[in-house]
Design a protein around this ligand. Sequence first.
Ligand SMILES: [Zn+2]
Length: 219
Amino acid sequence: MKYEGIVLSEIDYKEASKIVNLYTDKGKIGVKALGSKKIKNGLLGFTTTGNTLSFVTTDSSLPTLLEYDILDSIVKKDLSLDEMKYLGIILYVINMIPIDSPHSKIYPFIKQIFSNIGIINIDKLLSIFLIKMLYPFGITPNLKSCIKCGNTSNLIFIDINLGGALCSNCINEFNNINIWNEYYYEKKKLDLYSDTDFKLLLNQLRNYYLNYLNIKIKL
Ligand SMILES: [Zn+2]
């Protein structure tokens, strides 16, 4: 079988080998990388978390790696500590993607996220990732009308606990609703999304993931 995917994690397998878990356009798979603990076998690129790869495996339920190419190397990006930490969050969230999700649609987006790690501001990249991933998790925040009064204009606020927008009659505090709308609904190159107060947005997203998905994001 021929695949393209991103390395999520690896675990030891027998004495000299590893099983590598990858996210692909067909979902998550585990692949045996036989002899991968020995440097001379040249499998380090296949077992490095965060690498984007193309690869060929045997056709079995726990397939064995036959050959691979590195499409995007995480090591070459020379990431900062913050970028490493956020990479861990991104991998953690990808691990939680439900099995029956439309992986062929999600994978190209995730590949785009990974290709921009080390290029785009990591706070912005993580914010875009977390908002767009709400959709495959089955979460649609109500951004179209006020959840208190039904008003469809002058929406200014996202209430994390109530799960949607509030209008200017119902609250007199501004936060990131335009950004939520843009990030959730629009599709464009990642560097074209607007900037905002990312610390505030990431805090909202952390609360949102905890409240609605029971996923703990450690910022
Ligand atoms: Zn209202």
